[in-house]
Design a protein around this ligand. Structure first.
Ligand code: TXE
Length: 487
C-alpha cells in the first residue's frame, strides 16, 4: 500500500485525516491519501498569503521567477515516466496518453517561464501636461487552483504556470479521485527551489476542503475546472469575498462531418474525440452531427474502428481504452445510456459496462437520429458517442448550437468557404477544422455558456492572474492647484 502526503508551507505531512484511493482497473484500494480539512486549508492559504507579501518570492525579479519555472519544467520532464505511471495507476487513464501528455506539460511550464518577464505595464499618453502616468501589472494575489480527476497534472499546469509567471502564490487542490500524481508533483516544486508557501498542494473532498478553500477570505482568485453544478457552488462561495473566478466546465461538443470530408481521416479524428482518454475529456466530441447522405457509411467506418479498439490494463502500452476513473462515473454513464435507449436510441456498438471488477465501459455508439435522447443533451464524460444527422449547413449549425455548453467543436469539410462560415456561426470557444483535440500552451482554451468563462493558455491567461495598478506622478514644482476642482 503506497502512502502520499500533502505539501503546505514548504513541508510534507499526512493531513488531518486519511482516505483510501482505489485503482480503477481493479476496483481495489492501492494507496492512502492525506485528506485536507478546514484547518489544513486555512494553513495552506495563510502560507500562500505569507509567501505573497514577505520573504524572497515578492523580491524576485520576473526573470528569476521564470528561471524557477524553467527548472520546474526540466524536473517534470525528467520525472515524466514516474508521474505518468502514478496518474495511470490512480486514475485509470492509459499510460499511452499520460506519458505523452506529461511530457507536454513540461512545455506549458516552459511557455510561462518565458512569459514571466514579458508581462508589462504601459506608459499612457495622458491628457494633462504636468503628469506622467503609467500602469504596473501586479499579481492578483493568492490563487486557489481546483482540478478534477481527468488530467490533473495538465489541468494544474495551465493554472500554476501563468499564476507563477504573474507572481501569484497558490493553493492547488487535487481531486479526491486520483490525487497521487499532483501530490507527487509537489516534490518537484520543492526540488525546483520555489520559496516555501508559494505553491501548496492539498487534496480532499468538496464540502470540507473545496468549500473551505473557495470561501477563504485569503483567496483572491479561483481557477476551477470541473462540472457546472460544482462551479455554481464555487461562484457562490467566491461572492462572499469578491474573489474573481475562471471556470472550465466541460461540454457536449459537436463533431460535424460534411459529405465532402475525407471520411477516413474524419473517422480517426472522431475516435480521438470520443474514445481517447476513455471519453473523459472536457473537449470530447460527443455529438456526431453527420450529413445524412454519408451517415451510414461514416457510422460503419466508426463502428469498425470502435470494434478494433484494444481495451485493457491502463499500464499496458498497447491499451487504447482503459477504465473510467470512478465507479460513480461508470454508474452515471450506465444510467444515461439506459435512459437514452428507453428514449429510442439504437445501440450500434457497446452500450454496456466491461466485465470484471474494474470500472470499464465499452466504447459505445448510439444512433439518436430523430429522438430526444439524454445522451445528446447531457455530458456523459465517457466513451459514448451520440449520432444525429443533418441536411445542409443551416441544419448542421442549428444542431451544433442546440446545447447550453460551448467548449469545443470540430468541422470536417474540404470546402474552404464553408469552413469559414461554420467558424463564424458555431457558438464555442474552440473550432477545430479537419482536426480534433489539438492543444498548445500558445493557444487560448475555454468555453461559452455552461462551459464556463476565462481562458487558459496563451498570453491572456497570465494577464488574468494580474491586476493593474495605475501610477500618477505630478512633474510640476508649482503648488497643488485649487483643491475644490477635480483635475
Ligand atoms: O466534478 P466536480 P465531478 C463534469 C463531468 C462529470 C461531472 C461531475 O460531466 O461527470 O462534471 O464530476 C472539487 N467547492 N466534469 O463530480 O465536483 C472536487 O473535489 C469547491 C467535467 O467529479 O466538479 C474536485 O477537485 N470545490 C470537467 C473538483 O471540484 C469542490 C471535469 C471537480 O469536481 C466542491 C470534471 C465545492 N463545493 C467533471 N465540490 C471538465 N471541465 O472537463 C467538489 N469540488
Amino acid at each position: 500500500m503506497q502512502s502520499f502526503q500533502q505539501y503546505i508551507d514548504g513541508s510534507f505531512d499526512d493531513g488531518s485525516a486519511r482516505f483510501e484511493s482505489v485503482d480503477p482497473a481493479t476496483g481495489s484500494v492501492w494507496a492512502t491519501m492525506p485528506e485536507a480539512r478546514e484547518a489544513d486549508v486555512d494553513r495552506a492559504v495563510k502560507a500562500a498569503e505569507q509567501a505573497l507579501w514577505t520573504g524572497s518570492w515578492p523580491a524576485l525579479t520576473a526573470s528569476a521567477r521564470g528561471k524557477l519555472l524553467y527548472r520546474l519544467a526540466d524536473l517534470v520532464q525528467a520525472n515524466a515516466q514516474h508521474l505518468a505511471e502514478l496518474e495511470t495507476r490512480d486514475t485509470g487513464k492509459i499510460i499511452r496518453e499520460t506519458s505523452a501528455q506529461i511530457a507536454y506539460v513540461a512545455e506549458y511550464y516552459r511557455y510561462y517561464a518565458g512569459l514571466a518577464d514579458k508581462i508589462e505595464g504601459s506608459t499612457l499618453s495622458i491628457d494633462k501636461a504636468d503628469m506622467d502616468v503609467w500602469t504596473r501589472r501586479e499579481p492578483v494575489g493568492v490563487v486557489a487552483a481546483i482540478v478534477p480527476w481527468n488530467s490533473q497534472l495538465f489541468l494544474a499546469a495551465v493554472k500554476i504556470g501563468p499564476a507563477l509567471a504573474a507572481g501569484c502564490t497558490l493553493v492547488v487542490k487535487a481531486s479526491e479521485d486520483g490525487p497521487a500524481p499532483l501530490l507527487e508533483f509537489a516534490r518537484l516544486v520543492q526540488e525546483a527551489g520555489f520559496p516555501k508557501g508559494v505553491v501548496n498542494v492539498i487534496t480532499g473532498f468538496g464540502p470540507a476542503c473545496g468549500s473551505a478553500l473557495t470561501s477563504h477570505p485569503g483567496v483572491a482568485h479561483i481557477a476551477f475546472t470541473g462540472g457546472p453544478v460544482t462551479a455554481a457552488h464555487v461562484v457562490r462561495n467566491s461572492a462572499e469575498n469578491l474573489a474573481s473566478t475562471s471556470l472550465e466546465l466541460g461540454g457536449k461538443s459537436p463533431f460535424i462531418v460534411f459529405a465532402d470530408a475525407d471520411l477516413e481521416s474524419a473517422a480517426n479524428a472522431q475516435v480521438a474525440g470520443i474514445f481517447a482518454a476513455t471519453g473523459q475529456s472536457c473537449v470530447a466530441g460527443s455529438r456526431l452531427i453527420v450529413e445524412r447522405s454519408v451517415k451510414d457509411e461514416f457510422v460503419e467506418l466508426l463502428r469498425k474502428k470502435a470494434e478494433a479498439i484494444r481495451i485493457g490494463a491502463p499500464l499496458d502500452m498497447a491499451t487504447e481504452v482503459g477504465p473510467l476513473c470512478t465507479r460513480r462515473q461508470r454508474d452515471h454513464i450506465e444510467e444515461t445510456v439506459a435512459a437514452s435507449i428507453s428514449a429510442g436510441a439504437k445501440v450500434i456498438i457497446g452500450g454496456q459496462s466491461g466485465e470484471g471488477a474494474g470500472f470499464y465501459y465499452l466504447p459505445t455508439i448510439l444512433d439518436c437520429d430523430g429522438i430526444n435522447s439524454p445522451s445528446v443533451e447531457k455530458e456523459l464524460f465517457g466513451p459514448v458517442l451520440s449520432v444525429v444527422s443533418f441536411n445542409g449547413e443551416d441544419e448542421a449549425v442549428a444542431l451544433a448550437n442546440d446545447t447550453r455548453f460551448g467548449l469545443a467543436s470540430g468541422v470536417f469539410t474540404q470546402n474552404l468557404t464553408r469552413a469559414h462560415r461554420m467558424v463564424k456561426k458555431i457558438r464555442a470557444g474552440i473550432v477545430w477544422i479537419n482536426t480534433y483535440r489539438a492543444v498548445s500552451p500558445i493557444a487560448p482554451f475555454g468555453g461559452y455558456g455552461q462551459s464556463g468563462y476565462g481562458r487558459e493558455g496563451g498570453i491572456a491567461a497570465a494577464l488574468d492572474f494580474t491586476r493593474t495598478k495605475t501610477v500618477w506622478l505630478r512633474t510640476s514644482d508649482e503648488p497643488f492647484p485649487d483643491p475644490f476642482v477635480m483635475r
